[in-house]
Design a protein around this ligand. Sequence first.
Ligand code: UDP
Ligand code: MG
Length: 338
Amino acid sequence: MACPATSHPIAGGDLIAIDQPGAGRPRPFLISIVLPCYNEDQVLARTSERLTRALHDLPHEIVYVDDGSTDGTWPLIQKLAETSGQVVRGVRFSRNFGHQAAALAGLREAVGDAVVLMDADLQDPPEVIGRMAEQWLQGWPIVSARRATRHGETAFKKSTAYLYYRLLACLNDQPVALDTGDFRLLDRKVVDLVTSFGDKELFLRGAISWTGFPETSISFEREARGGGTTKYTLRKMLALSRAGVLTGSAALPLRVPTYLGAASLVGAGAALAFGRIRPAAPLAAFGAQSLAAGVLGEYMLGVFRQVQDRPHYLVMERTEPDHASAGTEPAARLKELA
Ligand code: UDP
Ligand code: MG
């Protein structure tokens, strides 16, 4: 099976050869930095310092989302907000709802023309934001940051992440960038779209690539955690992996029984044709059952698409009004309708 992402330009971080929409960004612009935080009091002060240094010549706001921390994270965010003027804001969840929910909340809170989503533990270096902003200013609505190397992570984490990204790329209906977490910059248009989706299963990077807006990537060295330990427990990683497969590639897994059933029935037919009744009978029985499961899968897929409730299409751009056609009949009709 061809893996779409490996042949897709974004997987290699090259530019996509299409007209770049959205060039000519608003000036002055504002970039929002969104950081979901769960028990990050050991590192947050340093994160804030490095952000301030890295962003000194970029007009920005910083939005911390405290995902139900039980340590000193919230008082720290309050202090950062008080001493920063208008630049730092914080919101606090009533309990731990998970990183994806906190990221979504941050995207909704942010008011910038572009929003950067990043981890609070300095594994996503703030210094990379300037390079992302450059790409955005050149017209890219999505700039993802690809991990060239990963420091300070266990062999288990590195190898499972490596395999998972590749599995997702093979299964997903849309191309997904390899070795790329949620560290990315999104143009306001993309933020507005993704925050308006009704997804209950959250896998933001999948929803973002689903929009199909042009995406470029830059690569960076993923550093070791600046302090504290991982807040992504194995259970949370598994939940995220499940959401990734479910939201982006429902069709393929649900169709496996259909393919198996059809192949078994063909096998049974061939066995019969060669007078081999013995293998034909169990193959036919398995094929029929598997096909029946496949039919159920098709209905489940229909129900899943219905509850996922994403739009049928997204319009990325419209042509500018053609002044030469002013005064013609269609132009007059359009004006009436407007
Ligand atoms: N995080 C969160 N809620 C959670 C788990 C994690 O907001 O339930 C945040 C965490 O504070 C960090 C980011 O998500 O800013 C990534 O988590 P972590 O660094 O622990 O994951 P890892 O890098 O180990 O995969
Ligand atoms: Mg981390």
